[in-house]
Design a protein around this ligand. Structure first.
Ligand SMILES: [Mn+2]
Length: 338
């Protein structure tokens, strides 16, 4: 955060405000961790805060301090709309375009409150009075820590805030292994542990929560994996029929896409997951090195994200989607095999 942004934020927060805090749709550990941490911090500062999510979030995040207070637009529609209508300020966290909140977009577009964006995704839209955007930072949780620090409020970080921030940094860095993990990230995490973040418990609660059916679904996904050696690419498909067979629950396919990258020489890993309700295939893209899956997803699959992790979708059939995907690869052969 630069000096002007900090000054502007201090001014906005100088009197007690009614503050909505919004993560993206299908919120992950970083989205839930950052919104809850910010909510705890701002309410300690004397504001009325409420986290308003576009939809529900995975079970493995339900333990987080404050998680039960979150209202979601699908289930608590009237309350969410009412809070947004009467809010003075709306923080949007871990996304930077109203397109990322699904059906809730209209509600945000019509809001009279001022927006503050805190986010690390590329190409932010211009809707906020303060846009704290930095694509080099590991996670929105790391940015919320930086914001609290810039406000001169590190003393406000208690064990609830520390546990929330630790969770988001851990999940968004792949447990501290992705490129955006810096020595500063580790220094922040060390401080969060000093403030009460229970690293062992968080890791267990987030990662050691498999059900037998989820492991069987993983087995099915791995069996379906296709390796295209020529392009150092591996992709996985999961149809609705397969999801149903293994009692798919929200969040079950989280992380499946990364298995492709554990293969020697594989630079590009993709998973195509059918969603019959929406009539689409949801796609996750991962890469290592300079190959930008953000651009790939933006140019070909109506999506985007980061250089090494992005999402997209396809309205075509599975076969057509795969054929199209494979037809694109020769254009990227140089980057994928360099
Ligand atoms: Mn994030």
């Amino acid at each position: 955060m630069n000096f002007e942004q900090v000054t502007a934020l201090k001014k906005l927060l100088s009197s007690s405000k009614r503050i909505a805090i919004v993560p993206h749709k299908n919120p992950d550990g970083d989205a839930i961790g950052s919104t809850l941490a910010l909510s705890h911090y701002l309410s300690k500062k004397g504001h009325e805060t409420q986290v308003l999510a576009p939809n529900d979030f995975p079970k493995f995040l339900k333990w987080m301090p404050g998680a039960t207070e979150i209202l979601n637009f699908e289930r608590h529609n009237t309350e969410v709309k009412k809070f947004i209508e009467n809010a003075d300020l709306i923080f949007t966290l871990d996304f930077n375009d109203f397109g990322r909140v699904g059906q809730m977009a209209e509600c945000l577009e019509n809001a009279s409150a001022q927006f503050i964006m805190v986010d690390h995704h590329q190409q932010p839209s211009d809707y906020a009075v303060i846009t704290y955007s930095d694509v080099t930072i590991s996670s929105t949780c790391e940015m919320v820590y930086t914001l609290i620090d810039a406000m001169g409020d590190r003393d406000f970080i208690d064990s609830d805030i520390a546990n929330c921030l630790y969770t988001g940094i851990m999940t968004d860095t792949g447990s501290f292994k992705f490129k955006a993990t810096t020595s500063k990230t580790h220094r922040i995490v060390a401080e969060l542990m000093d403030k009460g973040a229970d690293n062992t418990a968080i890791h267990e609660k987030v990662y050691d929560t498999n059900s037998p059916s989820r492991l069987h679904l993983l087995g099915c996904a791995l069996k379906n994996m296709v390796i295209l050696e020529e392009f150092n690419t591996a992709y996985i498909t999961l149809t609705q029929e397969e999801l149903d067979r293994y009692d798919y629950e929200k969040g079950d396919t989280e992380g499946f896409v990364n298995y492709g990258l554990t293969l020697n020489n594989i630079r590009f890993a993709v998973i195509f997951i059918e969603n019959k309700d929406e009539g689409i295939f949801k796609i996750s893209f991962r890469s290592v090195g300079d190959f930008s899956v953000n651009e790939f997803a933006r140019n070909h699959f109506e999506g985007g994200g980061h250089t090494n992790a992005a999402g997209g979708k396809s309205e075509k059939s599975l076969q057509e989607t795969i054929d199209y995907f494979i037809s694109l690869l020769p254009n990227y052969k140089k980057e994928l095999t360099a």
